[in-house]
Write a protein that binds this ligand. Sequence first.
Ligand code: ZN
Length: 212
Amino acid sequence: MWGNLSRAWKICFEQAWLSYCSGSFPIGAAITDENGKVISAGRNKVYEKSQEPGQICNNKIAHAEINAILKIDNLETNRNRKKYSIFSTMEPCALCFGAIVMSSIKNIHYAAGDGLAGAANPVNGNDYIIEKSISVHGPHKELEIVQLVLKTDFVLRRGHDIDRIITPWKRDCPKGVELGERWLNLVKGGSAKKNYKRLNERAGHSKTSLMK
Ligand SMILES: [Zn+2]
């Protein structure tokens, strides 16, 4: 499956994995230009203390899509921005959907739906949003499962309000949540721990709080 993915999706999931290894929500995003070339990538850095210049971290709004958007020229002088597409491993929330609308990005692709916080629904928007004619593509049948494995593992590990968060995901993608629960148990167990450590090292994080 990985070999058949577009470069944008690969970058999205690489970014999500980096966030997972760094202790932030495992969500990654990428933006492609009018020719389909990836021109920006960003990831969730809500629980991180450092960031590259021009990005945000250590803040509840340090979302993947926001960090990706902060790297592009979205001013009126760049007319090509209307031909850009944004990819995200998770359905954009109200914050990110608003940033996408205000950036005049017309195409949204997301891997997993988010029955809890997802808000990529231009049909129910006000006149301003509807006039933008934004097209939304998602969820992605296979990538949705991958994303929810990471997200389920992450929220279980952090001890978030599990029922409130996971119940809507379970409704939309039970397989992803189930595999996420199993993945967590596997990593906490024995044999998978080595693989997990190796993957972390490849991602540049030999030790993370997630291993504790
Ligand atoms: Zn968001």
